[in-house]
Design a binder for this molecule. Structure first.
Ligand code: ATP
Ligand code: MG
Ligand code: FE
Length: 340
């Protein structure tokens, strides 16, 4: 059952074909990073326009690479939200056009459900139930996942998302946008204990996060970070504080849920120090940690095609009318067959 997936929620134009039995057949991605870099952030209008210019050739290229034609598809999945509304509309309109032309079901996918199911693209794939750490540019969430659409929010960030904290701290250090991966590279050359930052909200029970204070702590420490080595030390100190905080909360969440599997998804899941620390915790506590490959941590269409395929197989009724939504709490999703 091959499903075509389209992702245009932010600044990546992406397309993929996923088949439940054969796996991922093809995926293509065009990043708009260069387009937005000089503005230090994503400019929504430019994002929409670039999606319009890129999407049709990208769909054709992806389908050609997958070795199948439109007539062989069983469904068209697209990111319906959350995201930039103008950007979402481009992918939704293209998906609706293809679905209508070929008489295929249209499958709206929640972008964060896509991130959440990205580890399913790997072999071996994790089995339900599991606890998920979702760490991206806009979200920081711990979720108990009992099955498809059965998501209980255990904790989230009360202010900045962790990817946002990485990007803002990187900006303070004068690194290019988006700063997360640049900061991680700088941190590799730094020493862990020269700058010691707080591990926010770990001194009290609970699974919520707060990262805005950490960013302020970096700002205060910045005058002491003169020279290349000191900047690397500061980056390392920040990364240590963030990853320690995430690891402490993951450990707590697993105790609370009783799950033996942790999955990590979202762009910050590409962070190597976070992965190493979670693998060490897993070995220590006897659970299994699953990560998508780095390119499927950040935005991509493979995860959208994969989530769309899961929804199609589980018998989610096609929603019919085209819809997109900039805000869409993940907890509002339902398991297949469960009425509103
Ligand atoms: P959302 O999915 O919440 O709508 P998004 O789509 O912008 O947000 P993603 O594409 O999942 O987010 O992730 C992008 C974020 O991941 C950015 O903040 C980026 O800096 C961060 N990131 C990517 N790689 C790394 C890394 N190696 N270390 C730390 N952060 C990283
Ligand atoms: Mg992006
Ligand atoms: Fe994302």
């Amino acid at each position: 059952m091959p499903v075509l997936g389209i992702e245009t929620s932010c600044d990546e134009t992406a397309c993929a074909v996923y088949d439940a039995t054969r796996g991922l057949l093809a995926h293509r991605l065009h990043s708009q990073v260069d387009l937005h870099a000089r503005y230090g952030g994503v400019v929504p209008e430019l994002a929409s326009r670039d999606h319009v210019a890129r999407i049709a050739p990208l769909v054709r290229e992806t389908l050609a690479a997958s070795g199948i034609g439109f007539g062989d598809l069983d469904g068209i999945a697209y990111t319906a939200g959350p995201g930039l509304i103008g950007a979402l509309m481009v992918g939704a309109a293209v998906a609706a056009g293809i679905a209508s032309a070929h008489g295929l079901p249209l499958i709206p996918v929640h972008h964060m459900e896509g991130h959440l199911l990205a580890p399913m693209l790997e072999t071996p794939a994790p089995q339900f139930p599991f606890t998920a750490l979702l760490v991206s540019g806009g979200h920081t969430m711990l979720i108990a996942v009992e099955g498809l659409g059965r998501y209980e929010l255990l904790g989230e960030s009360l202010d900045d998302a962790v990817g946002e904290a990485f990007d803002k701290t990187a900006k303070l250090l004068g690194l290019p946008y988006p700063g997360g991966p640049h900061l991680a590279r700088l941190a590799e050359r730094g020493q862990p204990d020269v700058f010691r930052f707080p591990r926010p909200m770990t001194d009290r029970p609970g699974l919520d996060f707060s990262f805005s204070g950490l960013k302020t702590a970096v700002l205060v420490a910045l005058p002491r970070a003169e020279g290349e080595q000191a900047r690397a030390d500061l980056a390392r100190g920040f990364e240590e504080a963030v990853t320690d905080t995430l690891v402490i909360k993951c450990g707590r969440a697993l105790v609370q849920t009783g799950h033996r599997t942790l999955i990590v998804a979202g762009g910050v899941g590409a962070n190597l120090r976070l992965r190493a620390k979670l693998r060490a915790l897993a070995a220590d506590k006897g659970f299994t940690a699953f990560f998508p490959r780095a390119e499927f941590c950040t935005d991509n269409a493979a995860m959208i095609a994969c989530a769309g395929s899961a929804r199609l197989i589980e018998g989610r009724k096609p929603d019919g009318p085209l819809f997109t939504t900039p805000r869409w709490p993940l907890a509002d999703l339902r398991a297949p067959g469960v009425a509103a």
